[in-house]
Write a protein that binds this ligand. Sequence first.
Ligand code: 6PG
Length: 468
Amino acid sequence: KKHQIGVIGLAVMGKNLALNIAEHGFRVAVYNRSTGKTNEILEEAQNKEYEGNLSAYYSLEEFTEDLETPRKIILMVKAGDAVDDMINQLLPFLSKGDLIMDGGNSYYMDTIRRNKVLKELGYHFLGTGISGGEEGARKGPAIMPGGAIDAYQMMEPILTAISAKVDNEPCSTYIGEDGAGHFVKMVHNGIEYADMQLIGEAYDIMKKILHLTPQELHEVFDEWNQGELNSYLIDITADIFAKKDIASDHYLVDMILDVGGQKGTGKWTSQIALDLGAPIPTITNAVYERYLSAKKDERIKASQKLKGPESIVTKQKDFIEAIRRALYASKICAYAQGFGLLHTASEQYGWKLRFADIAKIFRGGCIIRAQFLNRISDAYNENPELENLLLAEYFSDIINWYQTEWREVIKAAISAGIAIPAFSSALAYYDSYRSKELPMNLLQAQRDYFGAHTYQRIDKEGIYHTQW
Ligand code: 6PG
C-alpha cells in the first residue's frame, strides 16, 4: 500500500513530526540526505504500535514512487538554500498536482517566491509555520499553513490530526495566501523574543534588588504560573530555577554563560516591522539585547569603568506582586505590538488574517502558548476590526489597574542600574500610544526649518512652510 504522506529531512523537528504523523495512523514515507538520521528514526519507531506506518527510503526516486498521488511531501530541511535545492531535486520525480509543504522557519518572502514559481509549474505549495520545538513536533505543535486554500485542504486532515489540541480544538488553522503562514510564525517568534526578554528582566530585578535565590525564584515563577501569567514560558522558567548542576553543585542557571544566541527570526520580525512602518519596540529591544549580551568581553571591561548608581536597595512591600503586574502589563504591550504588526502586514499583503483564530491556535503547542491568548482571541472575536489590543476592555482595564506598580518597578530597576529595555520600551509604547499629544510638532518644525519639509497645522487644512 502506498504512503499517504512523505517527510524529507529527519533532523529533530522532521523526525518528530514524522513519528507524530505515523502515530496518528497515517502511512508515512521518510527520506533524509544522510542515512544516519534515517536509521535513527527507524530505531525509534521499532516495536512501537505505529512502526508499520513508517517506511524509510534511501533514494528520492523510490520515495516519490511509493507515495499516493497526488503526492504530499513535507520538507523539514534547514531554511534557506536547502529548501530550494530539495525542491529542485524533487521536481523531476513529481507530477502536476502534487503538493510540497515547507514546514521549516522559512523567510516569508522566499515562501511567496516559491509559491508563485511552483504554482506556475502546476504544483501545490504550502509554506507552513510549525511551532513547539522538539516536544511540540512529537506530541502536537501549533501549525500555521499558508498558501492556496485548495493546497491547504489537501493537507488539512493530517495537519489537524497531528496538531496540539486545546479544549478539543486543533491548534492548526488556515492562515492565508502565499507567505502568510510563515509570516505569522515569524511574528510568533518575535513575540517569543519579547516574552523571554521580559521574563529575564523580571528575574534580574528579583535577583539584583531582592536577592532571591534560584530556589526562591522557582517558587515565585511557580506561583505566577497559577495566575494570569500562566504560560509555557513561565512554567519552564520555574523548572529551570529548580535545576541543580551535578558537576558544580550550583544551580545550573547560575553556571550558564549570559550570552544570548539567535537564529534570526526575531531579527526578521524587526526588519520587516521597520519596512512596514509598524512599531514593535519591545520585540526589537529584545533582539538588540541579545546582540548587546554577545559583547561579553566588552561588558566585563565596561563594568570596571562605567559606574552604576550607588546601591540604594529599597525593599518595597509587595514588590514581587508589583513585578508580576509589571510583567503582565509589559507582556500585553508586547503582544499588542506583535498583533499590530500582523494587522499592518495583513493589509499590506491582502492576507485577511483572522486574528481571533491566530490567537486561538497559539494557545497550545507553540512556545508562546499562554492562558491569556484566550483573552486576545475573545477581544478579536468581539471586534475583528480592533486596531490595537490595548483598546480591548479586558486589556485596558488590566493596564489601567496595574500601571502604578508597573511604573514603580521600572523606577526601582532604573534607580538600581538594572537594564530593562523590554519593560521600559513596553511602557514607552503604552505612554506614546495613549498620548493625545506627542512632541512631533517640534520635530515637524525642525524638519521644516532645516529642510523645508513642510508641516500641517492644527487649526486649518493645508501644507505649510515657514521662513524660520
Ligand atoms: C518554535 C520556536 C523555534 C525555535 C526558535 C528559537 O516556535 O518552536 O520558536 O522556532 O526554537 O527558532 O529561536 P532563536 O534560536 O532565534 O532563539
